[in-house]
Design a protein around this ligand. Structure first.
Ligand SMILES: [Zn+2]
Length: 211
């Protein structure tokens, strides 16, 4: 059996197990989803949103990309955010990074990864530049990278608050709460590093006054 055929076989076994545990499982989920959370995580295969949070299908709406970035020109991310906030009415948006992130490590090298990847990693280099003094005062390379992972998550949460999608929802519905988390590959524990409640003041430069 090939590796991908094994996936299909495992899928059949999983589907059968779900129905044995709960005969209405698929009937209920196929009619609606009302997740309370939007998860913006890293594509890294070691950080599966549902497994590490013990959540079931239907509970988390998920977007993943390299290094869990919120890039203000990313139509994919913004569409997911718009749908989650305005249609699914999520109460929480979680940006979850992870220590040892390959995207973060790549961004602090001087290696040419060719265009497209260079373009994406450039967003992380910009975060490094903003926090250069703090980062360069850390001598240990692993600790410096881990701190950049945390700072990057904080920066991406702030990027969320700069969108009109979030600002309008904050003003009209007093939600969602924004969270910045970092997952530890070595111990499986999530470290909450940052939070923004609805209405938290932001840099006025990014505030819309005609929402
Ligand atoms: Zn990663």
């Amino acid at each position: 059996m090939t590796s991908y055929e094994k996936l299909l076989q495992e899928n059949k076994a999983w589907a059968q197990e779900q129905v044995e545990d709960d005969p209405d499982f698929f009937k209920r989920l196929s009619s609606l989803q009302s997740p309370e959370f939007l998860w913006i995580g890293c594509s890294d295969s070691r950080v599966p949103a549902d497994k590490i949070t013990g959540t079931q299908p239907g509970e988390i709406f998920v977007h993943r990309n390299i290094a869990n970035m919120v890039v203000h020109t990313d139509v994919n991310l913004l569409s997911v955010l718009d749908y989650a906030v305005n249609h699914l009415k999520v109460k929480h948006v979680i940006v979850c990074g992870h220590y040892g992130c390959g995207g973060i490590k790549a961004a602090i090298t001087n290696h040419d990864y060719n265009q497209v990847l260079n373009m994406w990693l450039r967003n992380i280099k910009d975060v490094y530049r903003l926090h250069r003094n703090e980062l360069e005062s850390i001598n240990d390379e692993e600790l410096r990278t881990d701190r950049l992972v945390e700072l990057n998550v904080i920066e991406q949460v702030m990027h969320l608050s700069k969108t009109s999608i979030i600002q309008r929802a904050w003003q009209n519905e007093n939600r969602p709460q924004l969270h910045g988390w970092v997952y530890g590959l070595k111990n499986g524990i999530i470290n909450p590093v940052f939070e923004m409640d609805a209405g938290t003041p932001i840099d006025p430069l990014y505030e819309y006054d005609n929402l």
